[in-house]
Design a protein around this ligand. Structure first.
Ligand code: HEM
Ligand SMILES: [Cu+2]
Length: 534
């Protein structure tokens, strides 16, 4: 319900009237905040990609190639921290959720526009603190993004500040979740019942609850770690009677649900693109909604699958393993529904749809290798190897990253009012698909053969596959450069976009591109489901 909503009038709340830098970073307009997030996230992402490329160059040959072992340790830590906390967790909700979701539900803004701006400020502050941690204290942290005790307590590097950065970023995430859950409860247009709501807001709703419920656990864990480092209180340090396994439990009680914060919005994006380009409704709308909700419900119960080799009873091991298999079912349901939606559709293969195809393939490899991790016997064999690195890159980059760039190509005309070259976009996504497989598939094989993760060196027999993987990283880099050049160029030179360039059916396609101040000339009234074509 948007009744009673008053457009803020002050300079602080300037809804997109002025274009100075101050008007941007002080704007409470959800569309501007979405673009702020998008630009800042892509900046951090680019830095982390460069670090990834440097790591891959180090790994092109056995022994020292371009950096010291200690530098490599700092690199995988910083790369992981940026990719997780500054790119993939805020990711789709903060950029596209902010810009698109209020329009999709027929609202003028989110429920708490000022809180929304605060979330971005916390995000930027967290990012800057993380950068500061690289150059202060003992220098860049070298623990891996997981900050496992007891090493994280003893290392001389600046773990405390890095952990504090993650703490601040966690607050940003919680506030975004609160804001979106409230918005979706309170601000839907008249007539938009729950089951007339598009699937992207549904996915953000499920994600919002996970952000609210799980992230405080991370905040507490990180605070305990800071206390431990500052005052030696002895929660996690075995030398003081503490328990390092406790840290792992607390960490994964957040960080497994966090993978749903990463993947649910991605699934939401795919569920929007599929019906538009298949030119028919979505198959199993309610099944998709329920699978999002059940992932958000059961996802808290499987964290132990990260700790099968850390020492726990056989009973808890098989229970965690069983639950892991159960939580895979709803993801399977979604893939089934997307593919069924394409059946007998008159598919229009445009760039956003190519991202969907890439997503379904890459995410399936990520998901199926996840089952190999979830099975007890195989887990023990591949624990701590490159198989894990291959698996999570397939899920995070091949899944969420691809959905992020798919969303960018889907909503770019809406957000910026310009079209990009579809020909160049096709080249970029094809190259990205080839590059990702060349980069990450060898990692699965290397891990299976026993190459451990987080080392700057390896046994000589692992060299050929490592060379292939490094070549893959250059193909990915080329694809990203082509993609961004195409998009940035079209910001200035692209053809003007119509209100509904893809023939979509949800509300964002009923307004101009970019959408007007406060989104709708007249508040919409909803009379049917989101993907109905007449
Ligand atoms: C061009 C793109 C990328 C390249 C070349 C790359 C490469 C690498 C390499 C070489 C490692 C270290 C493996 C090890 O020694 O254990 C690594 C770790 C990691 N990467 Fe990437 N990566 C890329 C993109 C991404 C993306 C998009 C994400 C997530 C969204 C991501 C998340 C991570 C994480 C979480 C780690 C683990 C860090 C740790 O062990 O603490 N990477 N990556
Ligand atoms: Cu997990």
């Amino acid at each position: 319900m948007s009744a009673g909503y008053q457009a803020p009038k002050s300079f602080l709340d300037n809804h997109g009237k002025s274009s100075g830098a101050a008007a941007w970073i002080l704007s409470t307009d959800h569309k501007r905040i979405g673009i702020l997030y998008l630009c800042s996230m892509l900046t951090f992402f680019s830095v982390a990609v460069v670090i990834g490329l440097l790591m891959r160059i180090e790994l092109i040959a056995a022994g020292k190639t371009i950096m010291e072992a200690k530098t490599y340790n700092a690199f995988f830590t910083v790369h992981g921290m940026i990719m997780i906390f500054l790119f993939i967790i805020p990711g789709i909700p903060a950029a596209f959720g902010n810009f698109i979701m209020p329009i999709q539900i027929g609202a003028k803004d989110v429920a708490f526009p000022r809180l929304n701006l605060l979330s971005w400020w916390l995000y930027i502050s967290g990012g800057l603190i993380a950068v500061l941690s690289l150059f202060t204290g003992g220098g860049a942290p070298d623990t891996g993004w997981t900050f496992y005790a007891p090493y994280s307590i003893r290392t001389g590097t600046n773990v405390s500040l890095a952990v504090f950065a993650a703490f601040v970023l966690g607050f940003s995430s919680i506030l975004t979740g609160l804001n979106f859950v409230t918005t979706i409860h309170r601000m839907r247009a008249p007539g938009m019942t729950w089951f007339r709501m598009p699937l992207f807001p549904w996915s953000l709703y499920a994600t919002g609850w996970v952000q609210i419920v799980a992230t405080p656990v991370l905040a507490i864990t990180l605070l305990l770690l800071i206390f431990e480092r500052s005052f030696g209180v002895g929660f996690f340090d075995p030398a003081k009677g503490g328990d390092p396994i406790l840290f792992e439990h607390l960490f994964w009680i957040y960080s497994h649900p966090a993978v749903y914060i990463m993947i649910l919005p991605a699934m939401g994006v795919i569920s929007e693109i599929v019906p538009v380009f298949a030119r028919k409704g979505i198959f199993g709308y309610k099944a998709i909604v329920l699978s999002s909700l059940s992932i958000a419900g059961v996802g808290y119960l499987v964290w132990g699958h990260h700790m099968f080799t850390s020492g726990m009873s056989d009973t808890s091991r098989w229970i965690f393993s069983l639950l892991t298999f159960i939580v895979a079912v709803p993801s399977g349901v979604k893939v089934f529904n997307w593919v069924s939606s394409l059946y007998k559709g008159s598919i229009d293969v445009r760039p956003p749809f190519l991202y969907v195809m890439a997503f379904i393939f890459l995410f399936s490899i990520g998901g199926l290798t996840g089952l190999i991790n979830g099975a007890l016997s195989t887990n023990i064999h591949i624990h701590g190897t490159y198989f894990i690195v291959g698996h999570f890159h397939y899920v995070m980059f091949g899944g969420t990253g691809i959905a992020f760039f798919g969303a960018l190509h889907f909503w770019f005309p809406k957000m910026f009012g310009r079209m990009y070259s579809e020909k160049i976009a096709r080249v970029a996504v094809a190259l990205l698909f080839i590059g990702l497989n060349t980069l990450y598939f060898p990692m699965l094989v290397l891990g299976w053969q026993g190459m451990p993760r987080r080392y700057y060196d390896y046994l000589p027999q692992f060299q050929p596959l490592n060379v292939i993987s490094t070549i893959g990283s250059w193909i990915v880099a080329a694809a990203l450069i082509i993609m961004f050049t195409n998009l940035i160029r079209s910001l200035f030179k692209g053809e003007k976009a119509a209100g509904n360039p893809w023939d979509g059916t949800t509300l964002e396609w009923t307004v101009s591109s970019p959408p007007p101040h406060e989104n709708f000339e007249e508040g919409p009234v909803i009379t049917h489901g989101p993907y109905q074509r007449t």
